[in-house]
Write a protein that binds this ligand. Sequence first.
Ligand code: TRP
Length: 373
Amino acid sequence: MEKSSVNPWEVSGNVDYDRIVREFGVQKIDDSLLKRFEKIAGESHFMIRRGIYFAHRDLNWLLDQYEKGNKFFLYTGRGPSGKMHLGHLIPFVFCKWLQDVFGVELWIQFTDDEKFLFKQNMTLEEIQKNMHDNMMDVIALGFDPKKTHFLVDTKHAGIMYPEAIKVAKKLTYSMIRSSFGMDESSNVGQIFFTSMQAVPAFLPSVLKNKKMPCLIPHAIDQDPHFRLTRDILPKLGYPKPASIQCSFLPPLHGTDGKMSSSEEMGAIFTTDSPKDVENKIKKYAFSGGRDTLEEHRRHGGNPDVDISYQYLKYFFESNDSELGKIHRKYKSGEMTSGELKQITIDKINEFLKEHQKRRKTAEKQIEKFIYKT
Ligand code: TRP
């Protein structure tokens, strides 16, 4: 068996999502929950319909509350360790949709402290530069500044730290060690950090002096933080946050692990030029096609392992019937790998053209999004 690992600081190997569901103790999103969710939302989103968001905690409870008129707020975040790539955008794209259909507030935590504590060779200044850059990517997705609040751990310490210590007081070193695998040599900031990530799950309730339900959309690797958060919040008098988990956008070179910024050739960044995108997809995107055109025409390709197809499914082709058509044509051999790659290149570049345009004007808006204490 190949070794695999999924935790907030490492995702490697062939990720087995069924095993994660069992080991993490999250619930799969089944058909009846999906139907209920779509009914209440009044719309369907391809990311949940296609199982990219595949698991949850307490989503039924959250919907019960919503139906009773008890609106929730959304909480997600970004660790500014570097440039953002397409995989990083997935939770934000989904949050934007949730914010629009449910008409709710969104709190976004930027964990500059976390990345400083966990990245051996980066200064706080470098991380904060990335953070500024990452904020532009988030804003470019079109959030409503009246309903979207950025929390920066080092800048909002004045309101966050008093809450973080309440969490920290309920957390022991042994809980941290068993959740995150830290040891005697981990620095003390790392051991404390999860207390900060717990805070936005109840800070809006503190600020408004009203206990509100919280929904956290996030990639599955972040679940250990929220498992602890859920254990502790009731002890502080707040409801357990509900959560909804997505799988990882696969890296260009294959199906293992996730798209990662540390491999320039494994990731497509939000700032890549059309030529970069074309080169990366053509050269590196793992193909589910056959070795020769003749074989491909005869036996067809395998969309399930084909990275270009996966990118269309995860992100760039939201229309199910279009995606289904591509699936059929590729599988039957009617569509070649080259043709599939070209469709993907065009779709990504169409998205990035708009994104990069909005990104430029986003810089001036950052101040509007930063929460004012
Ligand atoms: N720790 C996350 C990261 O490294 C950032 C983060 C903070 C986050 N709060 C969150 C992610 C809530 C999802 C949901 O990227």
